[in-house]
Design a protein around this ligand. Structure first.
Ligand SMILES: Nc1ncnc2c1ncn2[C@@H]1O[C@H](COP(=O)(O)OP(=O)(O)OP(=O)(O)O)[C@@H](O)[C@H]1O
Ligand SMILES: CC(C)(CO)[C@@H](O)C(=O)NCCC(=O)O
Length: 410
């Protein structure tokens, strides 16, 4: 067994040694590549006729399907550093499919499910560097499949964020649809979801995560997305944003429901102050920008929910990254515009909807089914740090985690 595999898991649960890898799926977006793969808990595997080895992780369910216990792993890379992703896949042999000893699963080992624009753009590169063919799945299909999978299969996946508090939602599977899925990646897609595979992309906006990161980088000269976020926490948007109170001499404009602290015009003070960019603190600029973009997306999302009579809005995409200030701004915008009628909800695996959708699409061809037993956050910084060969540039440590799950194979 490849020693490094243990270290991906690398948590405080020694019982989870890393076994065979299978079902690698990719979502290659404009900014980030998301990687999802499944590994069995141990190195043993039985074939479909049921030749079990002593410590197999494959059982047989009542329905006659085989159950493969293991973990689903998540990792992300910057698309501009795609070679790091190729190296990661290659060094861990993720593209070889695993389960070579399981006859029925070995067939498609060089065909990897992939979605996102990069599945088209980089198909040749994957063939050339890894010898694999990307089996392309539509991006919107995958986003919806990923969201439906998470909402149905993963306990404590969806939550609201109100007043700095997360509240996990109990999702009633019989009352899940319809909902609005707002995926905030580089750009933003808004999808009305009516069921499994039943959806319509009703709107979108080019002012999204890429806008925040791109403009923020130019305006603050920061070097990484995390640095930009970090700056935004320390900043004060009131220094640059023009508030209702700035216009109304400190008063609310209560007749139309605007308090004095409502932003009347994002970045509006930069005009009246006669200041240059250098006169503002980068953290204040970052804060105004984050607020402007989150607020705008929250408002457009609400307008779409209104148009289609949807009460629930789930926000996904890596722009959110579980960031309190981002979620708070979006939640407040949805609450404000809907007068409390609509609810903004967030997903714990928000950035991996497309990759998970590509992952579950293996089921279309091979009749496998994925069931999650639980969802566990793994402190991956500890796990990767333990690997002497691991190059920290290769993957974003903060976002790797894994969840325990079972694959039901036909
Ligand atoms: N480490 C990071 N590096 C760059 N951007 C990040 C990072 N973490 C979060 N982000 C944010 O996430 C956004 C990308 O999100 P996501 O991966 O969901 O979209 P994408 O798939 O790359 O884009 P698209 O779907 O539009 O092609 C970035 O634009 C940025 O706002
Ligand atoms: C083009 C995609 C779908 C690529 O992921 C995404 O970046 C997006 O939804 N952009 C917004 C495009 C628009 O509707 O204006």
């Amino acid at each position: 067994m490849d020693q490094r595999h243990d270290q991906i898991e690398g948590n405080s649960e020694p019982s989870h040694s890393f076994g065979q890898v299978s079902h690698l799926a990719l979502d290659i977006g404009g900014t980030l590549i998301k990687v999802v793969y499944f590994s069995t808990s141990r190195d043993d595997c039985i074939d479909h006729e049921g030749d079990s080895s002593a410590n197999n992780t494959l059982g047989v369910s009542k329905s006659g399907k085989h159950i493969l216990e293991g973990r689903l792993h998540f990792a992300k890379f910057e698309t501009r550093n795609i070679n790091d992703c190729l190296e990661f896949i290659s060094s861990k042999k993720l593209h070889l499919g695993g389960f070579q000893r399981c006859r029925n699963l070995a067939k498609d080992k060089n065909l990897i499910k992939a979605t996102g624009g990069g599945a088209h753009k980089f198909a040749e590169l994957f063939r050339e560097k890894l010898g694999i063919d990307l089996d392309k799945e539509d991006e919107m299909d995958c986003l919806v499949a990923g969201a439906n999978f998470l909402l149905k299969a993963v306990h404590r996946e969806a939550y609201t964020y109100v007043g700095g508090e997360k509240e996990f939602m109990q999702i009633d599977q019989n009352d899940l649809y319809p909902y609005l899925l707002v995926n905030i990646g580089s750009g933003v897609s808004m999808i009305k979801v009516d069921g499994d595979g039943k959806f319509e992309r009703v709107s979108g906006t080019n002012v999204g995560g890429g806008t925040f990161w791109g403009l923020g980088r130019l305006l603050t000269k920061c070097k990484s997305f995390d640095e930009l976020l970090e700056l935004s926490y320390r900043g004060n948007n009131r220094v640059i944003d023009m508030l209702v109170g700035d216009i109304y001499g400190g008063m609310d404009y209560s007749k139309i429901g605007l308090s004095s602290t409502t932003i009347a015009s994002s970045f509006g003070k930069a005009v009246s102050d006669y200041k240059e960019l250098e006169d503002y603190k980068p953290e204040d600029v970052a804060r105004s920008l984050l607020r402007m973009i989150s607020n705008n997306i929250g408002q457009i999302a609400y307008l779409n929910a209104l148009q289609f009579g949807l009460k629930r809005i789930f926000f996904g995409g890596f722009f959110i990254q579980g960031q309190p200030y981002t979620m708070d701004t979006i939640s407040v915008a949805v609450h404000f515009w809907s007068k409390g009628e609509a609810k903004a909800m967030f997903l714990r695996h928000e950035g991996f909807l497309g990759a998970l959708g590509a992952y579950v699409s293996y089921a279309k061809n091979r009749l496998d089914d994925l069931v999650c037993n639980e969802s566990i956050q793994i402190p991956v910084s500890a796990s990767y740090a333990a690997d002497p060969k691991y190059n920290p540039r290769n993957a974003d440590l903060n976002d790797n985690e894994s969840m325990q799950c079972s694959v039901y194979t036909a």
